[in-house]
Design a protein around this ligand. Structure first.
Ligand code: SF4
Length: 169
Protein backbone atom coordinates (compact mmCIF):
# COMPACT_ATOMS: atom_id res chain seq x y z
CA UNK A 1 0.00 0.00 0.00
CA UNK A 2 1.31 3.47 -0.91
CA UNK A 3 1.83 6.09 1.76
CA UNK A 4 0.76 9.68 1.18
CA UNK A 5 4.35 10.87 0.65
CA UNK A 6 4.92 8.16 -1.99
CA UNK A 7 2.06 9.37 -4.11
CA UNK A 8 3.13 13.03 -3.74
CA UNK A 9 0.21 14.19 -1.69
CA UNK A 10 0.42 15.69 1.75
CA UNK A 11 -2.83 16.58 3.46
CA UNK A 12 -0.93 18.97 5.77
CA UNK A 13 -0.40 21.43 2.90
CA UNK A 14 -3.93 21.12 1.63
CA UNK A 15 -5.40 24.64 1.50
CA UNK A 16 -1.95 26.23 1.05
CA UNK A 17 -1.49 24.96 -2.48
CA UNK A 18 -3.34 26.23 -5.53
CA UNK A 19 -3.26 24.37 -8.80
CA UNK A 20 -3.97 26.41 -11.92
CA UNK A 21 -2.97 26.89 -15.54
CA UNK A 22 0.07 29.09 -16.22
CA UNK A 23 -2.01 31.13 -18.67
CA UNK A 24 -4.60 31.82 -16.02
CA UNK A 25 -1.99 32.78 -13.42
CA UNK A 26 -0.16 35.19 -15.75
CA UNK A 27 -3.43 36.78 -16.84
CA UNK A 28 -4.50 37.12 -13.22
CA UNK A 29 -1.28 39.03 -12.47
CA UNK A 30 -1.75 41.20 -15.53
CA UNK A 31 -5.39 42.06 -15.08
CA UNK A 32 -4.90 43.12 -11.48
CA UNK A 33 -1.90 45.33 -12.15
CA UNK A 34 -2.94 47.41 -15.15
CA UNK A 35 -0.87 50.57 -15.00
CA UNK A 36 -2.58 53.39 -16.90
CA UNK A 37 -0.91 55.83 -19.23
CA UNK A 38 -3.22 58.82 -18.72
CA UNK A 39 -3.63 60.46 -22.10
CA UNK A 40 -5.68 63.41 -20.88
CA UNK A 41 -6.46 65.64 -23.84
CA UNK A 42 -9.57 67.56 -22.79
CA UNK A 43 -12.45 67.70 -20.31
CA UNK A 44 -12.79 63.90 -19.95
CA UNK A 45 -9.43 63.96 -18.20
CA UNK A 46 -11.11 65.60 -15.20
CA UNK A 47 -13.32 62.53 -14.83
CA UNK A 48 -10.24 60.35 -15.22
CA UNK A 49 -8.59 62.25 -12.36
CA UNK A 50 -11.71 61.82 -10.25
CA UNK A 51 -11.60 58.07 -10.78
CA UNK A 52 -8.19 58.05 -9.09
CA UNK A 53 -9.41 59.99 -6.07
CA UNK A 54 -10.83 58.54 -2.88
CA UNK A 55 -14.52 58.68 -3.81
CA UNK A 56 -14.13 56.30 -6.76
CA UNK A 57 -10.78 54.78 -5.84
CA UNK A 58 -9.42 53.08 -8.94
CA UNK A 59 -6.90 51.43 -6.61
CA UNK A 60 -9.57 48.85 -5.82
CA UNK A 61 -8.75 47.38 -9.23
CA UNK A 62 -4.99 47.64 -8.92
CA UNK A 63 -4.89 50.42 -11.51
CA UNK A 64 -3.94 53.42 -9.43
CA UNK A 65 -0.36 53.53 -10.63
CA UNK A 66 -0.76 56.26 -13.23
CA UNK A 67 2.49 56.54 -15.07
CA UNK A 68 3.51 59.36 -17.33
CA UNK A 69 6.10 57.19 -18.97
CA UNK A 70 5.05 54.83 -21.77
CA UNK A 71 7.71 52.38 -20.67
CA UNK A 72 6.01 51.86 -17.32
CA UNK A 73 2.41 51.66 -18.53
CA UNK A 74 0.31 48.99 -20.15
CA UNK A 75 -3.10 50.57 -20.62
CA UNK A 76 -3.49 53.87 -22.40
CA UNK A 77 -6.62 55.76 -21.35
CA UNK A 78 -7.38 58.28 -24.07
CA UNK A 79 -9.52 60.88 -22.30
CA UNK A 80 -10.51 63.76 -24.50
CA UNK A 81 -10.59 65.19 -27.97
CA UNK A 82 -7.83 63.89 -30.23
CA UNK A 83 -6.88 66.70 -32.57
CA UNK A 84 -4.73 66.02 -35.60
CA UNK A 85 -2.09 68.11 -33.92
CA UNK A 86 -1.94 65.65 -31.02
CA UNK A 87 -2.66 62.46 -32.93
CA UNK A 88 0.94 61.69 -33.87
CA UNK A 89 2.05 62.27 -30.27
CA UNK A 90 -0.61 59.82 -29.05
CA UNK A 91 0.51 57.26 -31.63
CA UNK A 92 4.15 57.69 -30.75
CA UNK A 93 3.49 57.18 -27.04
CA UNK A 94 1.38 54.10 -27.81
CA UNK A 95 4.20 52.71 -29.94
CA UNK A 96 6.66 53.27 -27.09
CA UNK A 97 4.59 51.22 -24.65
CA UNK A 98 5.80 47.66 -24.19
CA UNK A 99 3.67 44.66 -25.10
CA UNK A 100 1.21 43.55 -23.92
CA UNK A 101 -0.70 46.82 -24.03
CA UNK A 102 -4.31 47.88 -24.22
CA UNK A 103 -6.31 51.04 -24.95
CA UNK A 104 -9.48 52.49 -23.45
CA UNK A 105 -11.19 55.25 -25.47
CA UNK A 106 -12.86 57.34 -22.79
CA UNK A 107 -15.79 59.47 -23.88
CA UNK A 108 -17.48 60.48 -27.10
CA UNK A 109 -14.55 62.51 -28.40
CA UNK A 110 -11.93 59.78 -28.04
CA UNK A 111 -14.34 57.16 -29.38
CA UNK A 112 -15.78 59.00 -32.38
CA UNK A 113 -14.68 62.62 -32.43
CA UNK A 114 -17.82 63.49 -30.49
CA UNK A 115 -19.47 66.73 -31.40
CA UNK A 116 -16.35 67.95 -33.17
CA UNK A 117 -17.13 67.05 -36.75
CA UNK A 118 -14.34 69.32 -37.85
CA UNK A 119 -11.25 69.34 -40.00
CA UNK A 120 -9.08 69.62 -36.88
CA UNK A 121 -10.32 66.57 -34.97
CA UNK A 122 -9.60 62.89 -35.48
CA UNK A 123 -12.93 61.06 -35.74
CA UNK A 124 -12.01 58.38 -33.20
CA UNK A 125 -8.66 57.38 -31.75
CA UNK A 126 -9.14 53.89 -33.22
CA UNK A 127 -7.96 55.38 -36.51
CA UNK A 128 -4.42 55.40 -35.17
CA UNK A 129 -4.32 52.84 -32.31
CA UNK A 130 -6.33 49.65 -31.61
CA UNK A 131 -9.01 50.24 -28.97
CA UNK A 132 -10.07 47.48 -26.58
CA UNK A 133 -12.93 49.23 -24.76
CA UNK A 134 -15.00 52.30 -25.67
CA UNK A 135 -16.69 54.39 -23.00
CA UNK A 136 -19.82 56.31 -24.02
CA UNK A 137 -20.72 59.72 -22.62
CA UNK A 138 -19.81 63.38 -22.69
CA UNK A 139 -18.26 63.24 -20.24
CA UNK A 140 -18.58 59.69 -18.94
CA UNK A 141 -18.74 59.46 -15.18
CA UNK A 142 -15.85 57.83 -13.31
CA UNK A 143 -18.07 54.80 -12.70
CA UNK A 144 -18.24 54.29 -16.47
CA UNK A 145 -14.46 54.30 -16.65
CA UNK A 146 -14.30 51.76 -13.83
CA UNK A 147 -16.81 49.63 -15.72
CA UNK A 148 -14.56 49.84 -18.79
CA UNK A 149 -11.60 48.84 -16.67
CA UNK A 150 -13.47 45.78 -15.41
CA UNK A 151 -14.43 44.89 -18.99
CA UNK A 152 -10.80 45.18 -19.97
CA UNK A 153 -9.85 42.93 -17.06
CA UNK A 154 -12.33 40.41 -18.45
CA UNK A 155 -10.62 40.57 -21.85
CA UNK A 156 -7.15 40.25 -20.36
CA UNK A 157 -8.24 37.21 -18.35
CA UNK A 158 -9.10 35.35 -21.56
CA UNK A 159 -5.99 36.20 -23.55
CA UNK A 160 -3.79 33.31 -24.66
CA UNK A 161 -0.35 33.94 -23.20
CA UNK A 162 1.84 30.90 -23.70
CA UNK A 163 0.80 30.25 -27.30
CA UNK A 164 1.68 33.82 -28.27
CA UNK A 165 5.10 33.97 -26.61
CA UNK A 166 7.82 34.41 -29.17
CA UNK A 167 10.81 32.13 -29.09
CA UNK A 168 13.98 34.13 -28.43
CA UNK A 169 16.94 32.76 -30.33
S1 SF4 B 1 -16.51 63.68 -24.67
FE1 SF4 B 1 -17.32 65.62 -23.85
S2 SF4 B 1 -16.33 65.82 -21.85
FE2 SF4 B 1 -15.14 64.33 -23.03
S3 SF4 B 1 -13.53 65.50 -24.04
FE3 SF4 B 1 -15.25 65.37 -25.45
S4 SF4 B 1 -16.41 67.26 -25.10
FE4 SF4 B 1 -15.06 66.96 -23.32
Amino acid sequence: MHTQSEIGYNSKVEGDVIVTRLDAALNWFRKNSLWPMPMGLACCAIELMASGASRFDIARFGAEVMRFSPRQSDVMIVAGTVTYKMAMAVKRIYDQMAEPKWVIAMGACASTGGMYRSYAVLQGVDRIVPVNVYVAGCPPRPEALLDALMRLQGQVAKEPVLSTLKKVA
